[in-house]
Design a protein. Structure first.
Length: 277
């Protein structure tokens, strides 16, 4: 009997990527408003309707990657911690601890679990402090992408000297800076058409070219959040990762490692290492 195995193709990855591309298109439609394919008001309405549907589909597809009790438990705990971090830091002008938690989750658990943690962090924290609105689905996807990106960083980067080495933490800190600014740009991009009136120098112009609208958007973003909220978010994320990133990564990897098993003792879940057997 042949010992060869037929490798099963994980189509959920391709579906996830496809819907992520669609979501990116929903975010970035204002930059292409000058094409004249759709009226601005219609595009705004369609994007507000489409984005919750995409959130639901992406969350269902990402959930398929949670195939073990350990993964589900860790994702739930980290989502709760991230939501608490967001609630505690709400209202402090960009001081957001949630980014560090989501980045660590994505790095330790993987790309799609990191995405789920980011999405759940926004959903749970919004439920707690009543922050639901048309912006919430956009935030869920954008923060989910932050966790996803952390999980897509090559595993060899910074891991030559341990499971949570200083070099790896510095790589994550650098990623945190990039992610903080990109998150701000994405959130500004969806809000820009409705936040600025039609008669300003940074307004969306349906008759302008891609380059002209891009320049207007970048000026709007620079003036509203890049130099303030996004910069404070980046600094907060870097400081948090440098202080606790190494220890947190080592702890998460010990729990999530395949060498760690769950067993029941008197009905209680107990974690034990294979090496002690």
């Amino acid at each position: 009997m042949s010992n060869s195995r037929v490798e099963r193709i994980d189509y959920s990855r391709h579906i996830f990527v496809a819907f992520s591309v669609v979501a990116l298109g929903v975010f970035s439609w204002p930059l292409f408003a000058g094409s004249g394919l759709v009226e601005v008001r219609v595009a705004v309405t369609l994007s507000l309707v489409a984005i919750p549907v995409i959130v639901l589909l992406l969350s269902l597809i990402a959930d398929w990657s949670l195939r073990s009790v350990n993964a589900v438990a860790l994702v739930g705990v980290l989502a709760g911690v991230a939501a608490l971090a967001r609630v505690l830091s709400t209202g402090f002008g960009g001081f957001e601890l949630v980014f560090a938690v989501v980045i660590l989750a994505g790095r330790a658990l993987g790309a799609r679990p990191g995405f789920v943690v980011g999405m759940l962090a926004i959903a749970l924290s919004s439920l707690v402090w009543g922050g639901f609105g048309p912006w919430t689905p956009y935030q869920m996807i954008a923060l989910g992408w932050v966790g996803l990106g952390a999980g897509l960083i090559p595993t060899t980067w910074g891991r030559e000297s341990g499971l949570g080495s200083r070099r790896e933490v510095l790589v994550l800190a650098a990623y945190g800076v990039v992610a903080s600014y990109l998150f701000g740009l994405l959130m500004n991009l969806w809000f820009w058409p409705v936040a600025v009136g039609p008669e300003t120098s940074v307004s969306l112009d349906s008759g302008a070219s891609f380059g002209e609208n891009l320049a207007s958007f970048l000026l709007y973003s620079l003036a509203t959040s890049t130099l303030t909220w996004d910069t404070v978010r980046a600094i907060t994320t870097v400081v948090t990762l440098v202080l606790v990133g190494g220890a947190a990564l080592r702890a998460l990897r010990r729990v999530y490692s395949r060498d760690v098993l769950d067993r029941e003792v008197l009905g209680l879940g107990v974690v034990e290492d294979k090496s002690i057997r």
